[in-house]
Design a protein around this ligand. Structure first.
Ligand code: MN
Length: 183
């Protein structure tokens, strides 16, 4: 499901255009702000479903803006994903401390943007669903662990919901007959 409104706060026109194009191709409604004050005004007027926040902005930087937005209780569940320069080690940690929910590093990976956006929207919609509420701050480790756990789960027929509707209804309705014939 798409159609959610994503606010992109980014002063670099090329990055802004790239991210807008990617999200529009995935059927999101895209809004853009190029400064912090503009972003604050837009959030005030109409709350987006998610914000992609460039950290390095002229004037108020992305960390300060995130802090101001998250200060308001009504915005506590509004996902804010930092756009951080890959070379700037420590930026991710600072972004988390400022209240960002996750980050996407630059240069922008065109696949990471829709995947990450979707993940955070799903996590917000289903806060109790542990499979979507993955902590992206430890993305490589936890996502591979999640995949392994899912595989292990499906090897155990009793844990796999689909196993209960397996395509063998005749054996299930007359188990003694079916088993004896095959044994
Ligand atoms: Mn910037």
């Amino acid at each position: 499901m798409a159609g959610e409104t994503i606010l992109i706060v980014e002063d670099n026109p090329l990055n802004l255009e790239l991210i807008s194009d990617i999200l529009e191709a995935h059927d999101y409604q895209v809004k853009a702000a190029t400064t912090g004050s503009e972003a604050l005004k837009m959030v005030e007027e109409s709350r987006p479903d998610l914000i992609l926040m460039d950290i390095q902005l002229p004037g108020l930087d992305g960390l300060a803006i995130t802090g101001i937005i998250k200060e308001k209780p009504e915005n506590s569940d509004l996902p804010i994903i930092a756009l951080t320069a890959h070379a700037m080690r420590g930026d991710e940690e600072k972004a988390r401390e400022a209240g960002c929910d996750g980050y996407i590093s630059k240069p922008i990976d065109t696949r990471a943007v829709p995947n990450t956006v979707r993940k955070y929207l799903d996590a917000r919609n289903n806060p109790t669903d542990s499979t979507t509420g993955t902590d992206l701050w430890n993305q490589p480790r936890s996502s591979s662990l999640t995949i392994i756990l899912r595989m292990l789960n499906c090897w155990r027929p009793t844990c796999c919901p689909k196993a209960t509707t397996s395509p063998r209804p005749s054996m299930a309705s007359s188990p003694s007959k079916g088993r004896r014939v095959r044994a």
